[in-house]
Design a protein around this ligand. Sequence first.
Ligand code: SAM
Length: 330
Amino acid sequence: MTGNPALIAEIRRVIAASGGRITFERFMDMALYHPQHGYYTSGKHRIGTQGDYFTSVSVGPLFGRILARQFRQWHAQEVLEFGGHRGQLRADILAAAPDLRYRVIEIGDPIPEQSERSGAESDETLRGNGQQPPSSAISNIVFSNEFLDALPVHRICGANEVYINTEFTEELGPLSDPRLPRLPDGYRSEINLRALDWLADISRRLTHGYILTIDYGFERADYFAPHRHDGHLQCYHRHTKNTDPYQHIGEQDITAHVEFTSLIELGERLGLETVLFTDQTHFLLQAGEADIEEIVQRTAGQFSAERNAVHQLLHSTMGRAFKVLVQRKA
Ligand SMILES: C[S@@+](CC[C@H](N)C(=O)[O-])C[C@H]1O[C@@H](n2cnc3c(N)ncnc32)[C@H](O)[C@@H]1O
């Protein structure tokens, strides 16, 4: 095991104090979000060329421009972006839709109550757009890009859960939460209970509007397909992918694909209508057809950053691997 010695010592102390082992979920939580030494909380550059991996935001402003167009189409008044990191996407979206009220919620930030459109604040928010929609059409948006895949996951092996001991060796033990499923013998996978808790919390707070979730992932049948018997955990360190979460502890990203069917089913139980579930290519083509067509025509036959962005977002693996879920609260 390798990584930040201060973080490793702190995780070891917690394991010892917990009777000699902790769940993988607790380990992942500390590796990524320990208040001083966690991968995301230690204040170092993590995304982009200087960091460990790229996201759709790293590709350039086109992603934000298309999202701004979609938010306008939904008559968005206020956007809450979860896991917005250093606010690059917020900047891209506001460059295209400056009238939007837009807040980034990062780890540890309190979640503000969503406001109904009323009074001076809302008038200011919508100032200058001339044609204001009727207030019944105005919606609030909860948005995230690659947020759920960064939440700590439980690792399950058959009927057991994966625990970590002070040597950072995995041991199997009983399931730590009654909501965790048993999997077939020898089959390993990840369960993201925090994503479900987050959706339940958000759906309670949202008065009316859309929840737009973009992330790596699959429907349940694909997620638990027989050939995916080792699960979906991936780690990123200096733009190199690996599957060992016990190296570069605190210095590499740890992520797991999202199982979307559970989010859809939970949403429906909570009264959220499933508006759309598709891949990023189809979502961007639908939401950003005008922007994409304009770029493709204007840059025909050229090498250009904009043309490359279209290719990256739609036609590289990003286009297929990222799924887009839109849920609505009426
Ligand atoms: C994979 S990064 C994605 C960053 C950005 N959305 C993008 O696409 O470039 C995940 C982000 O989620 C944040 N995060 C993790 N848990 C969170 C929580 N409970 N609330 C808010 N943000 C959280 C992390 O700090 C990190 O910035």
